[in-house]
Design a protein around this ligand. Structure first.
Ligand SMILES: [Zn+2]
Length: 350
């Protein structure tokens, strides 16, 4: 949890805002009715006092009666945050759930949402490359930032023949490919993310500590069950390799003693002839029955490759995006991960 600033900004501080509105109205009426100097002079010190309301009403979460306003980035982060928040905070995704982090372009609407938020929750590890600029432009000094990757040891992005990382920084050398950000696809790391979110929300709204703690415990118990089911389901395939379209599965693979390969680092990339050769050899060597594409992507090169290899196309959902209803469907992450497990079993020929 990194509090950017704990100062109260009067624009969103309801108890401060109400007197200011009436003061402003009073001033307006005063000016209109010719009471300019006297009334304005009388009200000005009070107005100044209230605009520096940080001194009289320090921000510690939202004002009484107003729920904590939380903004989230990618779909899994929205789902995790909603699971913890319950009815004790209002959670609004910054990005539409059908747009993944690789394609996201901020709009003025999102800037306004961030300007009015108490807390921003992100995945972290460089996934949300658009965020720093957006935060700077939002000019919301009391915004608290929860980086859900805090304390999670990252794996490096594989890099392969590409010379950039998830941050689209093409100039970066492949040796400096940066951390792989897809931590949410390992249910045990997802538990860590949920706990970081819980602690961050408690710090922002201490009065909701009991609810946040209970909600997080209930959701992490479900994640633990999911992990146990996947571990059991995938145990017979330990050591086997599966191939996805982009580089999102190293954490998942490591958790279940699997190996993983991918066609491209980034979903919007076109594979090179070397990429195609590498995957071709991999599939032939491993006897894989299917390549695992992503539901929200075109993957036409991937499908052509599968057809050349005479293997099927399965689906492994990266959860980077989903249908519009997904963000408010509490079990969406768990259901989708269960389907990913089934798809893998099929791809391994089970
Ligand atoms: Zn990705």
């Amino acid at each position: 949890m990194v509090p950017i600033s704990s100062d109260c900004v009067f624009l969103l501080c309801a108890p401060c805002l109400a007197p200011l509105v009436s003061l402003a109205t009073g001033l307006k009426i005063g000016l209109k009715t010719g009471l300019k100097t006297g009334l304005a002079t009388a009200l000005l010190p009070a107005a100044l006092l209230l605009t520096s309301c940080g001194a009289v009403h320090k921000f510690s979460g939202s004002a009484p009666g107003q729920r904590l306003q939380v903004v989230t980035t990618i779909l899994p982060i929205t789902i995790f945050t909603r699971a913890v928040a319950g009815d004790c905070a209002e959670v609004m995704p910054l990005m539409p759930s059908n747009i993944g982090p690789h394609d996201f372009q901020a709009t003025p609407d999102q800037l306004v949402r961030l300007r009015h938020a108490d807390v921003l929750v992100k995945n972290g590890l460089g996934l949300e490359v658009f965020l720093d600029k957006l935060i700077a432009n939002a000019d919301n000094p009391r915004l608290r930032l929860i980086d859900s990757s805090q304390g999670i040891a990252p794996l490096a992005s594989a890099g392969h023949d590409h010379d950039h990382d998830h941050g689209h920084q093409k100039a970066k050398a492949k040796a400096d490919a940066g951390p792989n950000p897809h931590i949410w696809l390992d249910p045990m790391r997802a538990i860590q993310q949920v706990n970081v979110i819980r602690d961050g929300l408690i710090a922002a709204q201490p009065s909701c500590r009991t609810k946040f703690t209970a909600n997080a415990a209930s959701y992490t118990a479900q994640l633990r069950r999911l992990n146990a089911e996947l571990a059991q389901q995938l145990k017979p395939y330990a050591g086997k390799t599966f191939v996805t379209f982009h580089d999102f599965t190293p954490y998942f693979a490591a958790r279940y003693q699997l190996k993983t390969n991918f066609l491209v680092d980034m979903p919007e990339e076109n594979p090179t002839p070397a990429d195609l050769r590498r995957v071709l050899q991999q599939v032939k060597a491993s006897g894989l029955r299917a390549l695992l594409s992503e539901p929200q992507l075109g993957n036409s090169s991937f499908e052509a490759l599968a057809s050349d290899l005479g293997v099927k196309i399965g689906r492994f959902d990266s959860l980077e995006s989903g249908p519009p209803a997904a963000a408010s469907q509490g079990d969406y992450y768990i259901q989708t991960m269960g389907r990913n497990g089934d798809a893998l079993v099929t791809a391994f020929g089970g």
